[in-house]
Ligand binder design. Structure first.
Ligand code: HEM
Length: 523
């Protein structure tokens, strides 16, 4: 009787037992699977001013969010002059904005710039050659020699060519567009990319090689393919990588074309250079490739393959950031059209717009710097990977494998450095004196140059590894801005539509944003 009365309950308990047991086994298996797909993370940093901790699962979720919302997550997490961290897909990123700590890590041998970029662009899967003896340090020394001793000192001489090429390319491109109601429509980010690469191509590779259509086409397309594969490879199972590489790069299509053309030229020139006596930098600058070959002559380390690697890295570094930043300058001009007239007046005051004049225009300088301050391409800079565990003198403990960097966008929007930082003030860095002459603003003393590198303006990085291409980048951007402002009227076709999207910490200009443009009358 009793047994009979309990029977339904018995069944319920028995049923529940199976159900709960099943759920428990399922959860166990799920956890095991999840742990197996979670990337192995380095130990979390500690001793930070803003302490935070993340479970493996929340760390994984934050890592994924970082990809699409990194810029906003960083802005929200920022605490001025304090250290804090956020999880990225592979490790923790510690943000440092206190002067003493920045100075401690930016050029410290415990940290590597090269390895930090390896995390972003997957150098090891994206490599040209598998070179066990490659030295990141020697490579870096040569990036700096080629760009600073070589290119930067030749900019005044290159300027007339740069200016003329850009005028010709921009006018040619725009004149081919058809007109509707007096305006021509142009997808301006791909346009800016095309015209700036048309200008730097011959400076990098020399005119004869640039004029070979197969080479030029591959050189234009290679960097985008490189970055695309470097990103995709981080999100696919290891076993599929060769297949994915083939699918994305078409079997290394563009790189193979570059190698086909470069290898014989570099081999020949290296052997010719090796025969020449070392009599210093006697020959005039022709192009970056020849300058680089001249600099490495007689050095056993520099095989033709390594020279290609050096040139390939410089080409990737130089090609994409400039048009992206110019697109942000165009966006700011469209959002603040009141700056067109003063910028035009300043340009018109000078009959000869030579290198020195363009470099020294206070309003153009200030406007461009304000664009960079308010919408920098990247909201973090000076990325370094901790190669050894490092404990900062005043606390933060960063285990090896994590990233440390500067939250540059937040620093450049710190009210204690830039009053009313949320207001776009194109002439923030200058002031007019009683005679109407424009000078550097006393509040911004020593900070008016676009190429400045300091703790208040860490856009180009910080320390001795700060971007060695910035002088070239700055004059490229100024020339494009000067030509656009003086020769054209322009406005956004859809001012209410976003002009950029966010990937990691970068504001990437949208390829489908359209500019309405027309030649200015009387020009
Ligand atoms: C607006 C354009 C550019 C921006 C925003 C930019 C930004 C940067 C930043 C933030 C760094 C890292 C510095 C550090 O971590 O301390 C860097 C490094 C570098 N940049 Fe630029 N750059 C630009 C244009 C260029 C150009 C035009 C070139 C070459 C012609 C170039 C070549 C390099 C090289 C070679 C490095 C060093 C890489 C290394 O040491 O491994 N950059 N750049």
């Amino acid at each position: 009787m009793i047994a009979y009365a309990w029977a339904p309950f018995d069944n319920v308990f028995f049923g529940c037992g199976i159900l709960f047991g099943g759920i428990a086994v399922f959860l166990l298996l799920l956890t095991a699977w999840f742990n197996s797909i979670l990337p192995s993370f380095p130990e979390p940093p500690s001793g930070l001013d803003v302490p935070t901790s993340f479970s493996p699962i929340s760390r994984w979720v934050w890592g994924k969010k970082w990809l699409l919302q990194g810029r906003n997550l960083l802005i929200k997490a920022h605490a001025p002059r304090q250290s804090y961290m956020l999880p990225t897909p592979k490790n923790y990123c510690v943000f440092i904005s206190n002067e003493q700590n920045i100075k401690e890590f930016a050029s410290n041998p415990d940290f590597s710039l090269n390895q930090a970029y390896d995390d972003l662009f997957s150098y090891k899967h994206n490599k040209l050659y598998h070179d066990q003896q490659e030295s990141a340090l020697i490579n870096q020394q040569y990036y700096f020699r080629v760009l600073r001793e070589g290119l930067t000192t030749k900019l005044a001489g290159l300027y007339p060519y740069m200016y003329e090429t850009l005028v010709k390319e921009m006018d040619g491109h725009i004149s081919r567009k058809s007109e509707v109601n007096g305006w021509k429509s142009i997808h301006y980010y791909p346009f800016l990319e095309y015209v700036t690469v048309s200008m730097i191509g011959p400076i990098f590779w020399g005119q004869p090689l640039w004029d070979v259509p197969e080479f030029q086409d591959a050189a234009r397309r290679f960097p985008a393919q490189y970055f695309k594969f470097g990103e995709i490879v981080q999100h696919v199972p290891k076993i599929t990588i060769p297949l994915v590489k083939y699918a994305v790069t078409g079997g290394n299509k563009y790189r193979n074309v570059l190698i086909k053309h470069l290898l014989p030229i570099i081999r020949k020139q290296l052997s010719e250079e090796a025969k020449q006596e070392k009599t210093g930098d006697e020959s005039p600058f022709c192009d970056i490739m020849q300058d680089a070959i001249r600099m490495v002559r007689g050095k056993a380390y520099w095989t033709p393959e390594r020279v290609i690697l050096l040139l390939e890295s410089l080409w990737r570094a130089g090609g994409h950031s400039v048009p992206m930043t110019i697109a942000h300058i165009v966006n700011s001009l469209c959002e603040h059209p009141e700056y067109f007239e003063p910028l035009r007046e300043e340009l018109q005051q000078h009959q000869d717009m030579d290198f020195k004049t363009l470099e020294s225009l206070p309003l153009a300088n200030s406007f461009m710097k304000e664009v960079i301050r308010t919408r920098p391409l990247d909201s973090a800079s000076t990325r370094r990977k901790a190669m050894k565990t490092h404990t900062f003198q005043n606390g933060p403990h960063v285990p090896a494998g994590n990233i440390v960097c500067i939250p540059s966008l937040s620093i450049m929007n710190d009210a204690s450095i830039y009053p009313n930082p949320q207001v776009f003030d194109g002439f923030r860095f200058v002031t007019a004196n009683d005679a109407g002459m424009v000078n550097e603003s006393p509040d911004m003393k020593g900070m008016s140059k676009v190429t400045d590198v300091n703790l208040k303006f860490p856009f180009w990085g910080y320390g001795k590894e700060a971007c060695p291409g910035r002088f070239f980048a700055s004059i490229e951007m100024k020339i494009v801005m000067a030509i656009l402002v003086s020769r054209y009227d322009f406005k956004l076709a859809k001012p209410e539509t976003p002009t950029s999207w966010s990937w990691r910490t970068i504001a990437v200009p949208r390829r489908d944003s359209v500019l309405l443009i027309r030649e200015r009358s009387g020009e």
